[in-house]
Structure formats: C-alpha cells, structure tokens
Design a protein around this ligand. Sequence first.
Ligand SMILES: *Cc1c(COP(=O)(O)O)cnc(C)c1O
Length: 371
Amino acid sequence: MTRLPFRPEFADEVPYGAPQLDVPVALNVNENPYPPDADLLADIARAAGEAASRLNRYPDRDFVALRQDLADYLAEESGVRVPAAQIWAANGSNEIMLHLLQAFAGPGRTVLSFAPTYSMYPEYARDTFSRWVVGPRREDFSIDVQAAREAIARERPAVILLASPNNPTGTALARGELEGILDAAAASGPEDGSSERPSSLVVVDEAYAEFRRDGTPSALELLARYPHAVVTRTMSKAFGAAALRLGYLAASREVVDAVTVVRLPYHLSAVTQAVARVALAHREPLRRQVAQIRMARDALAQELRDRGLRVAPSDANFLLFGTFPDRHAVWQALLERGVLIREVGPEGWLRVSIGTPEENAAFLAALGEAM
Ligand SMILES: *Cc1c(COP(=O)(O)O)cnc(C)c1O
C-alpha cells in the first residue's frame, strides 16, 4: 500500500468545519441575514458580464480601482482617510491573515493572541509553521493590558492577533487598551540580527467593526501613529457578501509592500474585483440593515438576561450567552427545532448570530422550549 508524505505535524488535524446544515433558521456563522436586493443583483450581473468579456486576460494584479473604493468606504465609515496604496485585499480576511503571517511570522517565530478568540487563528499559525501562544482574557472576556504587556515582553511575538470586536465573545477593545498594547509592541519583535529590535506587528481584526456600539473606536484611528498596526476588515459580515470572499487591510506602506511579496500572482479574480466594487457602490441599504441588527442585538441580549442567562456585552452581530451545564444538549434541542446556532467559546456558553426579526423570534421560541 502506498503512503503519502503528509507532514507528520498535520496527521491528527481535521479541516475547519462549522457545520453547514440546511436548516430553516441559520444563526451560526454571523452572516448578514438579508440577501442582496434586486438593484444590486442587476448591477452585479452587468459588472460580472463585463468582467467576463475579458476573461482571457489576467486581472489587474494590484486591483487599483477596488483599493480606491475600499479607501473611500473606510473614510466614510470611520472618518479616517487611508491612501489607497495603504489598502490590501484578498479572498476573505482569512487570506489576508495568511498573507500577514507568511510575510511576518513563520518558522521560529511566535504569533500571540488572547483566548477565547477566533478559532481560525491557531490554524493560520499552524499553516505558516509559526509558534502559537495564547494569553488569557479576564472573566468578562476583556484583555488585561498589564498581563498582555508581560506576555509580549516574554514571548517576543512577530505578530499579535487581536479581534475587536472579538469572536466569539463580542468584546471590543477600548482605545486606551489598544494604545497600551501598541506601545508595548513597539520594540518587542523577534531577534533579527540587527542592533535595534523590530516591532511586533499588531493586527486588529475588525471583521465586525460596523456593528460596534457608539463610542467604541476603530483601530483605524491609530494607524497614522503606529506603523506596526494593521486593521483587517471583511465584506463577509455587515456587507452581506460572505460568498464573495473579499477581505482587506489598512496599514502602513511597509506592510502592504511586505504582503505583496507573498501573494500568489493575480490572486483576486476580475469577477471578484468587479462584484466587490458594485457591492461597495450599493452600500446605502446596509446602513439601515446594520442599524436594525444592532438594535435587535441589544433587545435580544436584554431578553436573554430577563430569562436569567448571562450575556457577554457585544459590539458585534452575535451574542455569547449561557451558561448551561450541558450546552450540547441545548444546541441539539435548538437544531431539532430548526434553529442552528454555534457551540463555541468557553465551556457552558453558546453563540447566536443576530438574524431577521422572524429568525430572532424563532430562536427565542425554540430556546424557551429547549430550556
Ligand atoms: C467571520 C470572521 C472573519 C471573516 O473572515 P472572511 O474570511 O473574511 O470571511 C474574520 N475574523 C473574524 C474574527 C471572524 O469572525
């Protein structure tokens, strides 16, 4: 029998697998519950058709027009204008993270994060042969900045990954916390043979930023002061385009130059670029959807608390709630009632995405029965 030379360190690994089940109410992967409207669909069809008319040619490798549109969107959303040359995009923010770790982490280097956090981060570290280290979060899922500073000084990470708002807890970092970590990371990077120590790259994953509550800052506001800061965003969540696969980052020119080295040639298809630009141009309806989802989130959190449950304060489009002596039984009972949520996070907790008003009501009804 033939054996394949699969890398031994991967032998016991299984592929990423949030269950993709066909259920009436899918509240498990934090998608925007509203499909594209008819206007957007018509424009997507036209733009995809135009892109397809040049399908024999390679796409714009540097996706200049899309970067400009993303920069304009960020300026509008956060009030921070970042030049288009300081924007980078890829097939989902998961490819952005891979680019960052390929360029800055790797064998002999450390990636540091604070758990509980996004379950994909250790996989990105594994796939780039980087060492993965987690520091703790407090009981309320916030980051203890003093403990973080100590971890940074001790571990000398090449890259620090901070999801804000964090998944699966919904916790956002305050400005002072971000500054504390960025200051601690200014010269804490790995030994690279030069007399001056490099920084640790601090990646703030803002996949859920559009859902943040009033007063919660975006790390975009800190980019100009911290050349070792990177903000990543995605069109998979608030933008309602998870199937498009478009993630992006804003950072210093040095960061963009570095990821350009490791990207695969022509990694963003012409169809992806064209459809992303159309979706960005149609952002007006999103504002209403995001406002509606934020309100529904706060109402749902209150309802769960009224039922005697704990709910982590959330700046995202999901809630982490609990605690249950047997969370799997609750998850299963919901599934049997056609409601799929996510069994994730610390023992005893469950995560539910905010859906349409009908979906949220179906979730509450099913939960009432399940408990
Ligand atoms: C959903 C999510 C993303 C988005 O990933 P994409 O590859 O852009 O779909 C990124 N980070 C976190 C923490 C997420 O929860």
